[in-house]
Design a binder for this molecule. Sequence first.
Ligand code: ZN
Length: 343
Amino acid sequence: MNNKILTTISGSLPKPSWLAETEKLWSPWLLQGEKLEKGKKDAIKIAVENQINSGLSIIGDGEQTRQHFVTTFIEHLSGVDFKNKKTVRIRNRYDASVPVVVGDVKRIKSVFVEDAKYLRSLTNLPIKYTLPGPMTMVDTLYDDYYKSRSRLAEKFSEILNQEAKELVEAGVDYIQFDEPAFNVFFDEVKDWGVKILEKSANNLKAKTIVHICYGYGIEANIKWKNSLGNEWRQYEHVFPLLAKSKIDQISLECQNSKVPLELIELLKGKKILVGAIDVSTKKIETPEQVANILRSACKYAEPKNILGCTNCGLVTLPQEIANAKMNALALGTKILNKELGLN
Ligand code: ZN
């Protein structure tokens, strides 16, 4: 049995400069039409090569075909008006102009399945695909139709489950749902958030993951983090519920964060993707720093239940820095594997 600690990134990677403006969140495409489609494929190929060359074990598409981790998915659904946007407060933190739900939301056709097939064709290593979580989707829209966050989330969970099933059929081994909203709306997480997340992940022949972070290093998030005090205990609300859920793996933020690592104990029985790379700084972690975080995590969970990961997406960093950080993640994990006699 190979119990080696594996490595993966949480999701996004920098885009090449010819595809979109770099070091920027949500930057618009620089190509159009067929050139854009070809450009996205080339970008996936580069993202895959960079992960493999860095020595990671589970490979993603680097989210090269999406501008935004939520709205790009929603763009493919009917019932949402992207022309007449409205301003809402997102994650209780910052205002953004967002699309409006104006009718029954439906998936007209698959969203990422062709990209997933292409990703599958590029590597024999296990592959992972990320999707937005239903609560985070609801929190990134203005709802003028369902008038109920849980009802809209429920609709999204059906759509996500259909999409995820097709991704698995295309050869995806890990399906990850991104739910940063779980770190904010604790009552909703308890009332319906975890239940509806489980519906999204229902009956998938793949490992399922939920990624819960403190967000990208944008100003609103940095301000929010600074207001959270010396110990970030948000996970304490969510982990006991997730421990009882059917979700297999939980991805969390640890490097340079004020999350007390003992909270990992609340996730008994689950696999934990330990964020060992800070995505909000260009400073490259040393392999030893990565090994230190993973070693500390191993005090609260068995090494066989640990994976090395990034805190969040790497999209806002220069490509060379993202590559160096991925390499540090792989090398640091290797140090610990050696120490623990895992090969
Ligand atoms: Zn994240």
